[in-house]
Design a binder for this molecule. Structure first.
Ligand code: GDP
Ligand code: MN
Length: 341
């Protein structure tokens, strides 16, 4: 069984931007930041860099989200970093909590089993809520209702390069829906049943599959090396993500997410939002709707993308010798490039 069927009528190509929009029209876009109060120092660092490389020119608002109430100190300190709008939201039980059908005893047992395999965050309950929230809920938070595009930020990351153009206008005006800058391999122990569950969704929802891009227009080779039999573990790192909210708000994605959620894999396994977003995006989008943000030099934990071309040496404060793109064991950038053809 293949994730992407061969024989389907080619859907009508969508225009690169709605014709009623002119390129200079403002984009309804924001930064979205899920963060804890005790990560204040880390998010101050990130926002300071975002302001000085990009947002002091473009003034996009910041939306902060948390499963707990933000402290006055957090609100005061972060809002003082920018002249842009800052808003603060708390997640409800539906967005951050166990659905009624989850067997929490089974979830706990599975966490302990996975921990024995040395997988990162194997025994963390909150990490699972976080991944489920980032997979299925952030785009439905009321504070995001007025926006069409977002840039996800995290504490303690680095943004290395000056950006002198509006990345959101670039996305909209060029018909781009999903932007990334690091593509990584997943620990397969965290997602043993994810691919099979997506295949089951495809069988159960033929009416959804019917209007998705045909195989040759999609990026399906990014996520499978064996013609759809198995997941190859490649995913876009979602800790940096510039994307269209419409992708996740679509009925197709909402159906897929709720199917995945029902299966329990966010809790019984440890499904990351990165493989979920990535596999879904390869199903829902055409390959020309993806964008590799080469010009966004970026570090998360020990891995960084630093653009190597000469033109970036005056714009970026990273060392191009330290660039993850072609890391032989861990990077899926080459798989992405190959899948574009
Ligand atoms: P990693 O990038 O996969 O190692 O995971 P992180 O620990 O960096 O978490 C991803 C994002 O979710 C970061 O922005 C964190 O600040 C945020 N996050 C993770 N766990 C929690 C949590 O329990 N509560 C809140 N409010 N944010 C969280
Ligand atoms: Mn992180």
């Amino acid at each position: 069984p293949n994730l992407f069927s061969e024989k389907r009528v080619r859907p009508k190509p969508t225009p690169s931007a709605p014709s009623s929009v002119s390129p200079d029209d403002p984009v309804r876009a924001c930064f979205v930041i899920l963060v804890r109060n005790n990560e204040l120092g880390g998010i101050v660092s990130t926002i300071s860099q975002i302001e000085s490389t990009f947002n002091n020119k473009f003034k996009y608002p910041y939306i902060f989200l948390n499963d707990e109430e933000f402290t006055p100190e957090f609100v005061d300190t972060t809002s003082a970093l920018t002249t842009s709008v800052t808003r603060y939201g708390k997640l409800d039980q539906q967005m951050w909590g166990y659905p009624s059908y989850i067997n929490q005893t089974r979830a706990a047992e599975n966490r302990h089993e996975l921990a024995k395999q040395g997988v990162p965050y194997a025994d963390s309950e909150s990490y699972r809520h976080m991944c489920r929230f980032q997979s299925g809920f952030f785009f439905r938070h009321p504070l995001l209702d007025e926006f069409d595009y977002y840039w996800r930020l995290e504490p303690d990351v680095d943004y290395y390069c000056q950006l002198d153009y509006d990345v959101f206008k670039y996305m909209r005006n060029n018909g781009k829906k999903y932007g990334f800058n690091i593509a990584f391999r997943e620990f397969m122990a965290t997602v043993p049943s994810l691919w099979g569950t997506i295949e089951a969704f495809k069988r159960d929802y033929p009416e959804v599959m019917e209007h998705l891009p045909v195989k040759e227009d999609s990026l399906w080779k990014f996520v499978t090396n064996d013609n759809g039999e198995t997941y190859n573990s490649c995913h876009f790192w979602t800790n940096f993500e510039i994307a269209s909210l419409a992708v996740w708000r679509s009925n197709d994605y909402l159906k897929l997410f709720s199917y995945l959620d029902r299966s329990g894999g966010f809790f019984y396994e440890r499904w990351g939002d990165a493989p979920v977003h990535s596999i879904a995006a390869t199903m829902l989008l055409r390959k020309d709707e993806f964008h590799f943000f080469n010009d966004v030099g970026y570090r998360h934990t020990a891995y960084q993308h630093c653009p190597v071309e000469e033109e970036f040496r005056s714009k970026c404060r990273c060392d191009p010798q330290n660039n993850f793109d072609y890391d032989p064991g861990l990077s899926c950038y080459s798989t992405f490039k190959a899948a574009l053809n």
